[in-house]
Design a protein around this ligand. Structure first.
Ligand SMILES: Cc1cc2nc3c(=O)[nH]c(=O)nc-3n(C[C@H](O)[C@H](O)[C@H](O)COP(=O)(O)O)c2cc1C
Length: 186
């Protein structure tokens, strides 16, 4: 895909189906991620690939987290939490891991992790797959953090859901951006 068409034509897709990117394609997505701008070459990110039974393990952790946070929510809510990872056949959790560095504040390292996440989304689009960047409080929940093996300073910058765009997918309309209102020139 032509680069500018990839940048301007990418859309998020909330429900993705099999097939997921192959292992080789996944490696390409991760190469795009690690090409993120990275001040000081700190590599302030790592990735957890979740697929197959891993999606169910993540779903179980989501359900446990939900039950702990909202004990009165009830079985339907916990089941909905458990099913969330099954919205795609593959998820890459982008883990931000800022290291204390005098020259490079944490926010720059988080920005680098965001670029890595976006790199995965763009590369997936370039390969003809759909992607959706999700976050939410589940990444902060002890059950989920333990499953991912997150250290104290690590956070989930994004759950990148990946897979094939279903034939009946209609992307939500994206309001046109008024560049005149967003851009000034000195
Ligand atoms: C850091 C970040 C977190 C996001 N988290 C969520 C989320 O948890 N759930 C969601 O529906 N969209 C989330 N989004 C927004 C979607 O990824 C997507 O950008 C949005 O639906 C607009 O669609 P588009 O990318 O096709 O313009 C997030 C975006 C960013 C940058």
């Amino acid at each position: 895909m032509e680069a500018l068409a990839c940048l301007t034509g990418r859309r998020s897709v909330g429900r993705l189906v099999e097939p997921a990117p192959s292992d080789d394609e996944l490696a390409t997505l991760l190469q795009a991620a690690v090409a993120a701008p990275d001040h000081g070459r700190l590599r302030p990110w790592r990735f957890v690939v979740v697929d197959g039974p891993g999606l169910d393990r993540l779903g179980a952790a989501y359900a446990a987290a939900h039950a702990e946070r909202e004990p009165g929510a009830g079985a339907d809510a916990w089941a909905a939490a458990r099913d969330k990872p099954r919205r795609a056949p593959l998820i890459v959790a982008v883990v931000a891991r800022p290291t204390p560095a005098r020259k490079v504040p944490d926010w720059e390292q988080l920005a680098s992790a965001a670029c890595a996440a976006y790199g995965i989304c763009l590369a997936a689009h370039a390969l003809g797959y759909g992607a959706m960047w999700r976050t939410g409080w589940y990444g902060d929940a002890p059950a989920v953090r333990e499953l991912l093996g997150l250290a104290d300073r690590e956070t989930v910058a994004g759950w990148i859901y990946l897979g094939t765009v279903p034939d009946d997918c209609v992307p939500a309309p994206r309001p046109p951006a008024d560049l005149g209102a967003l851009v000034t020139r000195l």
